[in-house]
Design a protein around this ligand. Sequence first.
Ligand code: UTP
Length: 280
Amino acid sequence: MNSIKKCLFPAAGYGTRFLPATKATPKEMLPILTKPLIQYGVEEAIEANITTMAIITGRGKRAIEDHFDISYELEHQIKDTGKEVLISEIRSIIKTCTFSYTRQIEMKGLGHAILCGETLIGDEPFAVVLADDLCSNDDEGILSQMIKIYDKYQCSIVAIEKIPMSETNKYGVIAGNLVDNTDDIYRVTDMVEKPDPKDAPTNMAIIGRYILTPDIFKILKNTPPGKGGEIQITDALLEQAKEGNVIAFKFKGKRFDCGSIDGFVEATNYFYKKSKPSIT
Ligand code: UTP
């Protein structure tokens, strides 16, 4: 039995970097080839044996709910045309998983979005996927890797990546001590949200994958707005880190920042080449 049964997808943000595309379309529904970003995230959760999906939405995000629902009219329209295969993956996702939704009424930051998920998650450890960080690894998905780390350390886990020092102001950045003589697992000692390069403790950045223990909800309720006036998950995680309860894990695989135009184009090219191996 999986120790992590639920995955939370904060998807209420405005996606302003993709305006005007995101004016009436959720950022999470922008496609890399033929699949929307959020479907890649859900597939990663399924690969990690999670089938309960909890999605934080907001105004203008109805398309996400419609995507994870059956469209009888469409099914009727494409029946016996040979095109059914195009929706076979999403149909199997709908059959395998349950989807629950709650709205974040005011966009008060990622920490606040996660707190909005409390009623969907309850009192158990859970995964968090930011669908605009698209992760890919052929052998084992990033969430799967993280659940193994959680099973060993039984505390919150954040996925990290080394980034150029000049980009620390776009990420939560950690400092930590190596554990178990591996070069990819750290016990976190400090965390800073979007520091200037000159103030950053390291260049190890948190990317959009977390396993959180449920005490995070109580901490978030008492976390004041931080950087940018938003309730930051980094600030809440720092409280857990002070007790030695956060592990940072350098995951194996690729990550594309699909919340930025460069990352989105890179991911599109990567998946296009992967789908057509003859292209170099
Ligand atoms: P981003 O920082 O990428 O913000 O949020 P954004 O609004 O999606 O995009 P830009 O910067 O305006 O282009 C990181 C993740 O946190 C979610 C977003 O949906 C995204 O998955 N989020 C952020 C919320 O759900 N609620 C918030 O209040 C803020």
